[in-house]
Design a binder for this molecule. Structure first.
Ligand SMILES: Cc1cc2nc3c(=O)[nH]c(=O)nc-3n(C[C@H](O)[C@H](O)[C@H](O)COP(=O)(O)OP(=O)(O)OC[C@H]3O[C@@H](n4cnc5c(N)ncnc54)[C@H](O)[C@@H]3O)c2cc1C
Length: 402
C-alpha cells in the first residue's frame, strides 16, 4: 500500500519546529549572516536544550519500521525554512554523528553519541575534503599509521562544517577520513573519531563564505595526532576490494536526504515569500485556470512549486526507505541531486521575479539565493550525485563510469 499521509506525531513535530523557525530563526537570520563568525548563543543554547532532550543521532532503539528519518527531514525542512546557516550551526551530533551511526560498532555509538544527551552544547563534524581531494575520495592523502595502542594521523582537511565548534569549542569530536594504505585506493580509507582537544589537531582557518554564513567551515590540520586504536570506525583490516569503503560511504545514504530536506526548506522560504509579496500586490496564482489563460508569472510559479514538490517526494522516499531498513543509496543521491538543482533554480528565479526587492539586502531573498548553492556542492556535488544515480541504474562500477 502506498501512503503519502504524514502521521499525527510527524505533523505535530513539523508544526512545533515551524514555530521555532518563525519565532527564533527568522528574526536573527540577517544579523548572523552579516556577523559571519559570531555565534547566536541564546538560540544555540535553546536548541541544545531541545536536541539534547531528544537526541537524533543515536542508534535505533527498536527494531522494525520507524518514522525517525522522515520526521528528521520534516524538521530540517522547517529549520532551513527559518534559516539554513543557523540550522547548520545548531549543536548536535551532526555529520560526525551520522558517520558513527552508519559505520560504528554498538559500543562506539554508545561511547561517542551519549554525550549529545546532556551537559553543555556539543558539535560533531566530518572531515573528508582535502586541499587536493574532494569528489574523488580515493585521492585522500591524510594518513593513519598504527603505533602501539594508537593511530597517528597526519594531514590537512578543509571546508569542514562545524569544524571549529567540534574540534575546539565544545566536548565534541571530528570524524576524520584517512588512509591506512594509499596503494589500496578506496579500500584503504577508514574513518577515525578524534575527540575535541586531542593534541595534534588544530583549527588553522575559518572560511568567509558566499552563503550559510552563520555556520563555521574550518580547516583542520593533523600533526602526529594520536587517537586510541578503538577510535577507528568499523574494522581496521584493509580489504582486498573497496567493499569496506562502502561502510564509510553509507554515511552519505543517511545524510544526503537531510541535505535535500534542507535545500527544500530554503526553496520553500523563497516560494512562500514570492507568493506573499504577489498577494500584497493583488496578484493571486490562479490554480486550476485553463493553461492558455495563465500568465508567464503564474506558469513560472507553478513550475517552481511542482519542482519543489518532486524534490520533496524523492527526499521523503529516501528517508522512508531508511526508516524501513531498506538500502537507499540510489534514492538518496536522486533526492540530493534533484533538491540541489531545484533550490538553486527556484531562489534565482524568485530574485528575478521580484526584481529590486529580490536583490535588496533589506529582505532575505538574496540571502536564500546565496544559501541555496551549497546544496549543489557539499555531500557530493550535483555532478557526483548524478554519476551515482547513473551507475546504480545502469549497473556500472565507479571504475567503469567515472
Ligand atoms: C560550505 C562548505 C561546507 C563543506 N562542508 C564539508 C564537510 O563538513 N566535510 C567535508 O569533508 N567537506 C565539506 N565540504 C567540501 C565539499 O564536500 C567539497 O567541496 C565537494 O565534495 C567537492 O569537492 P571539491 O571542492 O574538491 O571539488 P572537485 O571534486 O575538484 O570538483 C570540482 C568540480 O568538478 C566536478 N567534478 C568532479 N569530479 C567529477 C566527475 N567525475 N564527473 C563530473 N564532474 C566532476 C564537481 O562536480 C565540481 O563541479 C564543504 C564545502 C563547502 C563549500
Amino acid at each position: 500500500m502506498i501512503d503519502f499521509e504524514l502521521s499525527e506525531s510527524s505533523r505535530t513535530t513539523q508544526q512545533m519546529v515551524h514555530a521555532v523557525a518563525e519565532q527564533l530563526m527568522r528574526p536573527i537570520a540577517r544579523e548572523y549572516d552579516e556577523r559571519e563568525h559570531e555565534k547566536p548563543w541564546d538560540f544555540l543554547n535553546t536548541m541544545w536544550q531541545v536536541s539534547s532532550a531528544n537526541p537524533i543521532g543515536g542508534e535505533r532503539k527498536k527494531e522494525g519500521p520507524s518514522e525517525r528519518n522522515l520526521t528528521m527531514c520534516l524538521s530540517i525542512e522547517e529549520l532551513s525554512w527559518g534559516d539554513a546557516g543557523l540550522y547548520l550551526s545548531i549543536p548536535n551530533s551532526g555529520l560526525g554523528g551520522a558517520a558513527v551511526a552508519a559505520a560504528g560498532t554498538p559500543e562506539q555509538k554508545e561511547r561517542f553519541l551519549a554525550r549529545f544527551a546532556s551537559g553543555k552544547p556539543k558539535w560533531a563534524a566530518m572531515a573528508i575534503t582535502e586541499p587536493g581531494c574532494g569528489s574523488d575520495s580515493s585521492a585522500i592523502t591524510t594518513t593513519a599509521v598504527r603505533d602501539g595502542d594508537h593511530w597517528v594521523l597526519n594531514g590537512t582537511k578543509i571546508f569542514c562544517t562545524s569544524g571549529l565548534m567540534a574540534a575546539e569549542k565544545s566536548d565534541g569530536f571530528v570524524v576524520v577520513w584517512a588512509t591506512l594504505d594509499r596503494s589500496a585506493g578506496r579500500a584503504g580509507i577508514k574513518a577515525f573519531v578524534v575527540e575535541a582537544g586531542t593534541p595534534g589537531m588544530y583549527v588553522t582557518k575559518v572560511e568567509n563564505k558566499l552563503g550559510i554564513r552563520a555556520s563555521d567551515t574550518a580547516t583542520l590540520v593533523f600533526e602526529d595526532c594520536r587517537v586510541p586504536l578503538t577510535n577507528i570506525l568499523g574494522s581496521p583490516e584493509v580489504p582486498k576490494t573497496s567493499e569496506g569503503f562502502k561502510g564509510v560511504m553509507a554515511t552519505f545514504d543517511a545524510t544526503r536526504p537531510i541535505v535535500a530536506a534542507s535545500a527544500i526548506g530554503v526553496g520553500r522560504a523563497a516560494l512562500d515569500f514570492v507568493r506573499d509579496t504577489l498577494r500584497e500586490h493583488g496578484i493571486e496564482i490562479r490554480y486550476g485556470a485553463p493553461p492558455h489563460t495563465l500568465t508567464v508569472l503564474e506558469r513560472d510559479f507553478m513550475e517552481m512549486e511542482v519542482q519543489l514538490q518532486a524534490a520533496r517526494l524523492l527526499t521523503w522516499r529516501a528517508a522512508w526507505m531508511m526508516d524501513n531498513g531498506m538500502r537507499n543509496n540510489l534514492e538518496a543521491s536522486m533526492a540530493k541531486a534533484k533538491a540541489g538543482l531545484v533550490v538553486t533554480l527556484i531562489t534565482q528565479k524568485a530574485v528575478e521575479l521580484l526584481g529590486p526587492l529580490g536583490y535588496s539586502r533589506k529582505l532575505l531573498l538574496e540571502k536564500w539565493m546565496r544559501d541555496a548553492k551549497i546544496n549543489d556542492i557539499f555531500e557530493g556535488t550535483q555532478q557526483i550525485n548524478q554519476l551515482i544515480v547513473a551507475r546504480r541504474i545502469l549497473g556500472y562500477s565507479s571504475k567503469e563510469l567515472s
